[in-house]
Ligand binder design. Structure first.
Ligand SMILES: Cc1cc2nc3c(=O)[nH]c(=O)nc-3n(C[C@H](O)[C@H](O)[C@H](O)COP(=O)(O)O)c2cc1C
Length: 200
């Protein structure tokens, strides 16, 4: 028998992959921001954002983005980027140690790579790029915004795919997981679903 306690955690981050959102600044350069609040329903991406952040501001004006997915070893530049904002001045509701940075690629030590269907640049060093166009941006109470975006192109580092197919190899793909503000890797595979497209 489990002994459930009723608690009031400050966040509900029970464990999701990390992504880095590319969005277009007014001058045509690309802003980068790490997020963990996203998921996919078919080719529809649902993305949770702080409403005062620079990413939300960019998407309201220029509704195109790339979700760049890091692998498990890439948590340090992610953590660095999380303390930076493209907004100037720094919004009052950001954590006290947040600083403005105009060039997030330089801050992370990464390089831009042109996207194929949207304006913001991809991150060359990250293995997966999901290009998408925002179809709705819902302003929620509590300083939150939720973007819906339709995926228009998927780019995956070739060794993470199954040759000759459009399948991602789940044994090769090692996402970075964020759980209650700690970074994790996946553990070993526990099973294979009946609908899986790869069986090895
Ligand atoms: C691992 C990680 C996950 C994060 N998840 C989110 C998220 O899901 N949504 C969000 O708006 N901010 C998230 N943040 C915080 C933003 O990265 C941070 O507010 C950053 O300053 C946003 O930059 P911008 O203002 O240039 O958009 C996360 C940060 C880290 C390090």
């Amino acid at each position: 028998m489990r002994a459930h306690r009723t608690i009031t955690p400050s966040v509900l981050y029970f464990g999701t992959p990390v992504a880095v959102v590319s969005s277009s600044n007014a001058d045509g350069s690309t802003n980068l921001a790490p997020i963990s609040s996203f998921w996919a329903l078919g080719n529809l991406l649902v993305i949770g954002l702080g409403a005062t952040g620079h990413t939300a501001a960019n998407l309201r004006q220029r509704p195109q983005l790339v979700l760049n997915l890091p692998e498990e070893h890439q948590w340090e530049p992610i953590e660095r980027l999380g303390r930076l904002t493209g907004a100037h001045p720094v919004p009052a509701d950001k954590p006290a140690d947040t600083r403005h940075a105009a060039d997030k690629f330089a801050a992370a030590g990464w390089s831009p790579l042109a996207a194929t269907t949207v304006a913001p640049a991809r991150v060359a060093e990250l293995a997966v790029h999901l290009e998408a166009r925002v179809t709705a941006l819902h302003e929620e109470t509590g300083g939150l915004a939720v973007a819906h975006a339709r995926c228009s192109a998927v780019h995956v580092d070739a060794p993470l795919t199954v040759a000759g197919t459009s399948h991602v190899d789940p044994l090769a793909w090692r996402p970075l997981i964020y759980s209650f503000r700690h970074y994790f890797a996946l553990g070993r595979r526990r099973g294979i679903a009946g609908r899986a497209e790869t069986q090895h």
